[in-house]
Design a protein around this ligand. Structure first.
Ligand SMILES: [Mg+2]
Length: 255
């Protein structure tokens, strides 16, 4: 009984496509549900974005009476972990890349983009390559491209998988993986959502068996797929509306 998905102590969420549409704030229904969930559960939000992005896009929209002490933020797919201590967000750990590692990654990335015949689009939206400290991210159209454009850019992931195959040769000591809808994320080896899940489990001192992961890309080659390897129970959703349904189910069981 105690371990159906509605009885987990820690609920982890992917951000884009799960709690909100890509790079957009959550709606009021979602923030209300999250505030209610945080009353009796620990929650972790894990995404390829930087801390500032996760905070501004989602956490800053939660109402002031939210129990932030129960919330953990895991930017750059677990590359770091933030928790709310004494009224402010504090970094619990961070696996940042050294300047030399960053240069090495940038060089390899530029080379791989050429070899994979990536052509910079005429119009781009923000940086194509972004330094996120614990991660270097490539976004085919730029970080801030409109969702409608992103969805048609590399829908089958063909180009990104080609780039990643080249990077796996040139960057054997790093992890290169598909991030958001147009993104490739490069981190230190072993940093991924499964790592973030293990770190949160350790930090809260709650075993993974008591945790649930909710994401919109749990299929193979999806950016939530690696989470499964941690042994965590998972629940796939197609969009934030489905996530709301899952949260409502959990809340119903916890009264
Ligand atoms: Mg997602």
């Amino acid at each position: 009984m105690g371990n159906t998905f509605t009885h987990k102590k820690v609920i982890m969420f992917d951000l884009d496509g799960t709690l909100a549409t890509s790079k957009n704030p959550p709606d009021i229904e979602m923030t209300d549900l999250m505030t209610a969930l945080l009353e009796h559960h620990f929650v972790g939000i894990i995404s390829g974005g930087m801390y500032s992005q996760l905070h501004d896009q989602f956490v800053s929209h939660l109402s002031a009476d939210t129990q932030f002490e129960h919330l953990s933020i895991l930017p750059t797919s677990g590359g770091s972990l933030y928790q709310y201590v004494h009224g402010q967000w504090a970094e619990k750990y961070s696996s940042i890349l050294s300047p030399e590692q960053k240069t090495h990654i940038m060089d390899a990335l530029h080379q791989a983009l050429d070899q994979a015949y990536y052509v910079t689009p005429e119009t781009t939206y923000g940086d194509i390559i972004e330094d996120r400290d614990s991660q270097i991210s490539f976004s085919g159209l730029g970080q801030h491209a409109p969702l409608t454009l992103k969805e048609t850019w590399d829908p089958e992931k063909t180009l990104r998988l080609r780039i990643i195959n080249i990077l796996k040769e040139s960057l054997p000591d790093f992890d290169c993986k598909i991030g958001g809808s147009t993104t490739i994320d490069i981190t230190l080896k072993g940093i991924n959502k499964a790592y973030g899940i293990k770190k949160l489990s350790e930090s809260l001192n709650i075993p993974i068996i008591d945790m649930l992961y909710i994401g919109d890309e749990l299929e193979e080659n999806g950016n939530d797929f690696v989470a499964i390897s941690s042994g965590i129970a998972t629940h796939a959703v197609d969009n934030p509306e489905e996530t709301k349904e899952v949260i409502r189910e959990i809340l119903k069981e916890s009264v």
